[in-house]
Design a protein around this ligand. Structure first.
Ligand SMILES: [Zn+2]
Length: 103
C-alpha cells in the first residue's frame, strides 16, 4: 500500500517554499524530495512544476549546461504571497496532526 496519494498534496507547497529561497530545477527538487522521504518520479514532479508556473506561482528560465537544457524556476511575487498566506493553515494543520490537537 502506498500513501503517495496523500503525501503528494504536500509537494507543491514544498516546491514553492524552496523556490522562494532561490532558483530550483527539476532534478534538484527530485533529490531534495527523495531526501525528505517522498517517493516521487519525474512524471509526477514535472507536471507539478508546470502547473505552478502556469498558475503564476513560479517563473522559469532555460539555461544550457553542457549538452543539457535546464529549466530553472523561482517563485514569483504571487508565489511568495501565496506561501505567506498559506502559512497559518499549514501551521494549524501540522500542529493538529503532530501536536495532537489544539494550538
Ligand atoms: Zn525541502
Amino acid at each position: 500500500m502506498t500513501i503517495n496519494f496523500l503525501l503528494n498534496g504536500l509537494i507543491p507547497l514544498h516546491i514553492l517554499f524552496h523556490a522562494t529561497e532561490g532558483e530550483i530545477y527539476g532534478q534538484e527538487m527530485l533529490d531534495e524530495l527523495r531526501h525528505h522521504g517522498y517517493r516521487i518520479s519525474p512524471s509526477t514532479l514535472y507536471p507539478m512544476l508546470h502547473r505552478l508556473e502556469e498558475r503564476g506561482y513560479l517563473m522559469a528560465r532555460e539555461e544550457r549546461t553542457g549538452k543539457v537544457m535546464r529549466r530553472y524556476y523561482k517563485a514569483t511575487r504571487k508565489g511568495h504571497e501565496a506561501l505567506q498566506q498559506a502559512k497559518p493553515q499549514i501551521k494549524e494543520l501540522f500542529s493538529e496532526i503532530i501536536g495532537g490537537g489544539s494550538i
